[in-house]
Design a protein around this ligand. Structure first.
Ligand SMILES: Cc1cc2nc3c(=O)[nH]c(=O)nc-3n(C[C@H](O)[C@H](O)[C@H](O)COP(=O)(O)O)c2cc1C
Length: 229
């Protein structure tokens, strides 16, 4: 797949994850091998991927995700389907995404591979802006590269952070040393039903590009409320 196509069509896949086709371990290895070519602060690779395939562990992780989703998130102001958007097209997209996120809460219990990306070496709790940005910046490029590599192989992913509200319990389940390892993202990894994904509606380049100086008259995103997805 052409790089531009992968960049434009790597969607948050939820309803089109196919739980009936297990993902071969070698394919996971290929995606992670490519992911580790991403940049890392001080050239120290702090990204770790915990691939959860044991059915009991997967189920327990998915249960924790569902618990946060249903009991803390779905009725909150930050719920994706409740985010206020000025235009009707945008509002419809937001509502659709809400239904899609609802579907992932159910689908996560069915997929055979869940990947949890981690930062090995530090926690972000209370980190100063500089440290937080540098530490996260050392991990997130690799996580997105893994997702792009997955897309190029017919696999779907969906970046999520919902489970982090119960991160410590997930750490205990998977023997992740909580004091020195920060989980940053959880994604299902599964073949997709069809591979024809389209570019999504997004702000234009001119909406988000500032030349030389910040433009105070440019539109701002909504204020951050509650849990974010
Ligand atoms: C930091 C971050 C956290 C996210 N958390 C969740 C989540 O917990 N659950 C979920 O269903 N989607 C989550 N998403 C996915 C976003 O909702 C998704 O990227 C967005 O709706 C765009 O999807 P699209 O590329 O398919 O248009 C998260 C995305 C990011 C970048």
């Amino acid at each position: 797949m052409d790089l531009d196509e992968a960049l434009a069509t790597t969607r948050a896949v939820r309803r089109r994850l196919d739980p009936s086709r297990p993902v071969p371990a070698d394919l996971v290895r290929e995606c992670v091998t490519l992911a580790m070519q991403a940049p890392a602060g001080s050239n120290v690779a702090r990204t770790r991927f915990v691939v959860v395939r044991d059915p009991a562990l997967r189920g327990a992780v998915a249960d924790l995700y569902s618990d946060v989703y249903l009991n803390s998130y779905k009725d909150s102001e930050g719920y994706i389907g409740r985010v206020q958007v000025a235009d009707t097209e945008g509002a419809a997209a937001q509502e659709r995404t809400g239904r899609s996120a609802d579907a992932l809460e159910r689908r996560l219990h069915e997929v055979d591979t869940i990947v949890i990306a981690c930062l090995d070496g530090a926690r972000l709790d209370g980190a100063a802006g500089f440290a937080g940005a540098s530490l996260l910046g050392g991990v997130l490029p690799a996580v997105w590269s893994m997702m792009l590599a997955a897309r190029a192989r017919g696999l779907g992913t969906c970046w999520t952070t919902m489970h982090l509200a119960r991160e410590k319990e997930v750490a205990e389940l998977l023997d992740i040393p909580f004091d020195t390892v920060q989980q940053v993202c959880l994604t299902p990894l599964a073949y997709t039903v069809g591979t024809d994904f389209r570019p999504a509606r997004r702000p234009t380049a001119d909406d988000v590009l500032f030349w030389d100086r910040w433009d105070a008259s440019a539109p701002r995103p909504p204020a951050v409320t509650g849990l974010i997805t």
